[in-house]
Design a protein around this ligand. Structure first.
Ligand code: PRX
Length: 644
């Protein structure tokens, strides 16, 4: 008997839950044959002030991509207001503090709604309005989630900067987006460490002219320096403020947020996401990939400072009416059982983390897992970098007890949401393979000339040939950079920067970046960006950075540096260089290895042959390929001998 699919008969079918492989195949086919009809059906289930006039307008040349034009909405009405009737008393957010002895926090949908409205009113009271850019530099505390949603409520564009970035990185991002306001906190906890967040903001703002107001949330009760007329305490401002705040009406393509990420060249770029398409894609992908159910307790361990935190800690789950867990601390504090303790404590059923965390916890030994039942878990997710088979199996066996599917979700800051992934329990799962694309996503592999490779059991450059609602619209303030970065390498295609394989059944396996981007613990850095930071050190004349395989981080940072004179104490020099990078970018970009060299392998045209540097960093010097075009081939021997 042929199965009748709901979508053929029901206009309100939302595609938020594809239930079996046969249905996946049919829905996928429809999404390719009739993308506009497909996405219009997905979008039906949202709350719109006004529905769209056209579903899609696009070309990948300029690029120009517009979804749901003519529609009017506010994403927070979809995250909050529409749940109040049926889920007002359901938990929206559970916050677990860094220290397990401290009390956790829980907000129902009604409470979260009221807090967001109050915060939104405080923003307005301090002069913020629709279209303003607001930088958020905060610890992983509930007020961060509230602040992000409050910006969206009033139509301000949030630009969250991960609180591990340095003052200098923050200043670059604030200046690029011309932010008029910063939302921050006094200080933060991370494991055994405390970080003076407000002090870092003060330092950053010395270089920023556009910021008129700083709103400071008290977290650790630190005494901080406040600038009269500019800085205000949130707890003072919120006194007597209304818990109702009408949502600003937004056009579909109005900016929702900017999030900075690294590319091959130059400074990080501000990836722009817009209201309607991002919203539709966030909920659609969340519900399908994780096979979300109403009773789930969902936990994504990412920081809201990254895209994963935006889409799958905050927007995706709240759009779906889920209970989302937010954690302030680190996986190894007070010990390597912390994640599993939290899973048991709250009965987490869907758990989403990064391979680097899995590898670190795997290294700490299975004893830390055995004290916990983990009975509540039913779906496990992985994101941010390729997950090696050993880590995949450890996760599947020891955490998932071989009964929970593992979804290896491939996507990017630019894609807004998950693009290629197993749908938990619905589509095939294979270790270290992301799997099939989500319906609505049309990946292709191309060769270096941009020709599509159609067969299976092949490898190529991963591109997208058709737009999806969650995709990047522009890079803030510089549309040409967006075109060059993503749409100019292969004509008519969005180029991801990743290489991938497709197996005999059509499942994708992501190999990693093919450009000068390195992925350290799931965090992206451009080699040029780290080199620029290193070159700030007074002893350094020139540097070249490459990635190399690292057991826990996935990739480590290997820096080759040329100094003005050979340093007397190499360890001191290394510490100084590390300090420079920490100041320029932040601790997360610290080089793991620094080799002092007298020259770099350059071609006659002055281009560094990174291939050679990569091979040396990987410890594989057996075949360095053709070095005859080098200006000074002898330098290769020196580099090989000094390899770390
Ligand atoms: O190389 C891919 C890798 O992370 C890059 C995107 O980084 P970012 O924009 O910071 O977003 C990370 C979180 C979505 C990709 O180009 N990557 C991400 N997920 C995977 C992955 N590589 C392999 N497998 C994945 N599941």
């Amino acid at each position: 008997m042929t199965k009748t699919l709901n979508y053929q008969t029901s206009k309100t079918m939302s595609y938020h839950q594809i239930k079996d492989f046969e249905e996946y195949q049919q829905v996928y086919k429809r999404s390719v044959d009739d993308p506009e009809g497909f996405w219009a059906d997905v979008a039906e289930s949202f709350t719109w002030r006004k529905k769209w006039d056209t579903v899609l307008e696009w070309n990948f040349e300029e690029p120009n991509v517009k979804w749901f034009q003519g529609a009017k909405l506010n994403i927070t009405e979809n995250c909050l207001d529409r749940h109040l009737k049926t889920r007002g008393n359901k938990l929206a957010l559970i916050w677990e503090p860094n220290d397990p002895k401290e009390k956790f926090v829980r907000y129902t949908y009604r409470e979260l709604y009221e807090r967001v409205c109050q915060f939104a009113n405080v923003l307005k009271k301090n002069g913020a309005k629709k279209g303003d850019r607001i930088c958020i530099y905060m610890p992983m505390i509930p007020d961060l989630a509230v602040a992000v949603l409050a910006c969206a409520r009033i139509g301000a564009v949030h630009s969250v900067v991960f609180a591990g970035f340095s003052a200098s990185s923050m200043a670059d991002r604030i200046n690029d987006a011309e932010c008029s306001m910063v939302i921050t906190a006094d200080a933060l906890n991370r494991g055994t460490k405390q970080i003076p967040v407000k002090r870092i903001v003060n330092e950053a703002l010395e270089q920023c002219k556009t910021v008129k107001k700083v709103i400071v949330v008290e977290h650790l009760g630190w005494a901080v320096q406040m600038t009269e007329g500019r800085d205000v305490w949130y707890h003072d401002e919120v006194e007597g403020v209304s818990k109702e705040c009408p949502a600003e009406e937004m056009d579909a393509e109005d900016l929702l947020f900017i999030l900075y990420t690294s590319g091959s060249t130059g400074k990080p770029k501000g990836v722009v996401h817009t209201c309607a398409g991002y919203m539709v894609y966030a909920q659609y992908s969340f519900c399908n990939v994780f096979q979300y159910e109403e009773s789930d307790v969902y936990w994504c361990t990412a920081d809201i400072g990254w895209i994963t935190g935006h889409t799958y800690l905050l927007y995706g789950p709240l759009l779906a009416g889920a209970t989302t867990v937010m954690f302030e601390g680190v996986p190894t504090y007070p010990d390597a059982g912390r994640f599993w303790q939290i899973v048991d404590k709250f009965g987490v059923s869907i758990f989403y983390t990064a391979p680097t965390a899995i590898r670190a916890l795997m290294g700490a030994g299975v004893d830390h897992v055995l004290s916990y039942s983990l009975d509540s878990l039913r779906v496990l997710g992985s994101v941010g970098e390729p997950i090696n088979e050993e880590a995949w199996h450890w996760y599947h066996i020891h955490i998932g007890k071989e009964r929970s599917p593992v979804v290896d979700t491939w996507w990017q800051t630019e894609t807004g949401g998950i693009m290629i992934s197993t749908l938990a329990g619905v589509t095939p799962m294979k270790p270290s393979h992301a799997g099939f694309p989500l319906p609505g996503v049309q990946p292709i592999l191309v060769d270096s000339d941009g020709n599509e490779i159609k067969d299976n059991e092949v490898e190529g450059y991963l591109c997208m040939k058709f737009p999806w609602p969650g995709m990047i619209r522009t890079t803030y303030g510089d549309h040409e950079r967006c075109r060059i970065s993503y749409f100019s390498t292969y004509k008519g295609l969005y180029f991801t920067g990743d290489g991938a394989k497709r197996d005999k059944d059509g499942l994708y396996r992501i190999i990693g970046r093919v450009d000068d981007v390195i992925n350290v613990s799931g965090h992206r850095f451009g080699t040029a960006e780290i080199e620029e930071a290193i070159n700030h050190n007074k002893n350094v004349i020139e540097s070249a950075v490459v990635g190399y395989p690292h057991d826990v981080k996935g990739q480590g940072i290997y820096a080759y540096v040329i100094c003005d004179k050979m340093p007397e104490n190499i360890d001191n020099l290394r510490s100084e260089i590390i300090e420079t990078v920490v100041q320029q970018i932040g601790k997360i970009a610290r080089p793991d290895k620094i080799q002092v060299v007298s020259g770099l392998p350059k071609t006659r045209s002055g281009k560094i042959m990174r291939r050679i540097l990569r091979k040396v960093a990987e410890g594989d010097t057996s075949n360095l390929g053709d070095t005859s075009t080098l200006l000074d081939p002898d330098i290769v021997d020196e580099i090989k001998e000094g390899a770390l």
